[in-house]
Design a binder for this molecule. Sequence first.
Ligand code: UD1
Length: 336
Amino acid sequence: MKKILVTGGLGFIGSHTVVELQNTGFDVIIIDNLSNSKMEVLDNIEQITSKKAAFFNIDLRNKKEVKHFFNTNTIDGIIHFAASKAVGESVEKPLDYYENNIGTLVYILQEMRDHKIDHFIFSSSCTVYGQAAELPITEKSPVKPAISPYGNTKQIGEEIIRDTCKVHNMNAIALRYFNPIGAHDSIKIGELPLGVPQNLIPYITQTAAGIREQLSVFGNDYDTPDGTAIRDYIHVVDLAKAHTAALQRLLSNENKEKFEYFNVGTGKGSSVLEIINAFEHANNLKLNYKITTRREGDVTAAYADTNKVANELNWKTEKTLEEALKSAWEWQKSLI
Ligand code: UD1
């Protein structure tokens, strides 16, 4: 049984990926510092899969602990989720973001080099494309200068991995996520935003639950059919499965280059108003919302061209937007 280290394995995408890995037959070890996750997620994962993942509460900035971990554990591959992800906060605290997202990446890659661990999956983001000139966004679309330190950490992270794969015995895949939403069918794991949610779906579900009074729609003067911004919302379980597919590609040496990257989205764009309508319809309720001004740094439209990921990873989405929005609401209700 291959042993896979999942950093940030108690987080939103991490926890769903641990479930898929265990269901596929991998032995999972989780490292998480609980900075944006809860310990009970570990038990909830076990309830879903009936498998126990080994867990280490390690802050990856602690080089000594990281070293000790790798000296005492044998690992076949790594999926690296652990990182900070709040765009606004990254503008306020750039050095924290570079330390936490870049410093820790370097430590892990050094350990991979020293312990001859060959397979690495990196959480990247469609944010690397900025506002792409052409839609849907293919992997050939150029990487644009990042607007935020957070976005920059994803770009720099990819470059560090690319340079490392060139000279060390290492193969890596970066997955450029579009907008992950929803929760596991069991409603035992889902998104746990810290404080006031910045992302659309948790803000919607908290508004529906009465935790937030009103949802603000950030701008209806975009150059889109209804004036609101368009994104590609992907069910988190589908996204998790893209990680197992990427890992299996590396483990079976099917990768064509030492460093590869894939867009992971549904290929379909939805506007904010379309999402609101779909959420209301899927869950048979009404949302209190108002139109406000644009949020700084937001692009007009982003959705994935999924040809590369479909052809190379043999992966495609299985779940619908409606399923994602239903599960997001069921998850929110389960938290009350
Ligand atoms: C955001 C980040 C992106 C990050 C991703 C992680 C910004 C600018 N971008 O993507 O870098 O990788 O989260 O999940 O923060 N919206 C509202 N009202 C709200 C919240 C959002 O109208 O209360 C709108 C936004 O303007 C946007 C859409 O909903 O058009 C989606 O927003 P969000 O969920 O924050 O995702 P992104 O901005 O695409």
